[in-house]
Design a protein around this ligand. Structure first.
Ligand SMILES: [Zn+2]
Length: 257
């Protein structure tokens, strides 16, 4: 599941290959981008930075041109040394950046666009998002302020709102509530600031670890484990759709009170 940690992991892997360099080649095999002429528009320009913010990834080129990607549920990034087998078929590649000895590939879209706006406009766009859960310094004040402006059905739902905190998806939402022994269905108004911050304090290091290792599995206690016993109390994990988008929430009713 591509969440903030997945995107930061991808950025961490491609940064040393791309930053400060002109890509050896840029290809956009997908028909949707055939007329965009990105290889011509970006050709010869060096990559000034590779930035992840929440679930968004930005490849900034010199001349204020930025490739913006968001994977939603289906997309993925791959970084492949020459000779390594790609995890998805080349026909599903939307963007291929050639770096020394490697291909950096975005598969299956679904959001891939070239932004031509100034740095200021760009920063304003980001400001609409909540603080990045994986930022080196988490902006707790802004998180609490946005949280109190929110009107979701429950705590779990609030964590998914990218305007409140950016980067948490369905997996880490469920795991954050389990780590904090909090019922994801608890109404937001019954959540204290201390509890709201505790959720972030618990999930941040797990996501930071995953952003380095590329694996979310070590900390999966409730996500996708409906009907199985809770690792903490042995209770049975439950699953039910929550919020406007009816995203499945996993939790242990026995120890998340
Ligand atoms: Zn339990």
């Amino acid at each position: 599941m591509p969440e903030g940690d997945t995107i930061h992991y991808a950025a961490n892997r491609m940064r040393p290959l791309l930053e400060g360099r002109v890509p050896e080649a840029i290809r956009t095999p997908h028909a949707r981008h055939r007329l965009d002429r990105w290889p011509e528009r970006l050709g010869g320009r060096s990559v000034s930075s590779v930035d992840a913010y929440g679930k968004h990834l930005f490849l900034r080129f010199e001349g204020e041109l930025t490739l913006h990607s968001h994977l939603r549920m289906t997309g993925s990034w791959g970084v492949y040394a020459d000779g390594r087998r790609w995890r998805r078929s080349p026909g599903r590649a939307w963007l291929i950046l050639r770096a020394p000895g490697h291909d950096v590939v975005q598969f299956d879209g679904p959001v891939l666009e070239l932004l031509t706006e100034s740095r200021t406009r760009f920063d304003q766009r980001l400001a609409a998002l909540g603080p990045d859960v994986l930022a080196p310094e988490f902006d707790a004040e802004r998180y609490l302020r946005r949280l109190r402006e929110d009107d979701p059905t429950g705590v779990g739902d609030a964590l998914l709102d990218q305007r409140t905190v950016a980067g948490i998806g369905n997996l880490w939402k469920a795991e954050a509530c389990w780590q904090a022994r909090l019922d994801p269905w608890r109404p937001l108004r019954q959540l204290s600031d201390v509890e709201a911050l505790d959720l972030i304090d618990r999930v941040r290091p797990l996501m930071q670890e995953s952003a380095v290792t590329g694996s979310q599995n070590r900390h999966k206690h409730v996500y996708d484990r409906a009907g199985m016993p809770c690792h903490r109390c042995g209770g049975r994990i439950r699953a039910r759709g929550q919020g406007e988008d009816n995203r499945t929430t996993f939790w242990c009713p026995a120890c998340q009170g």
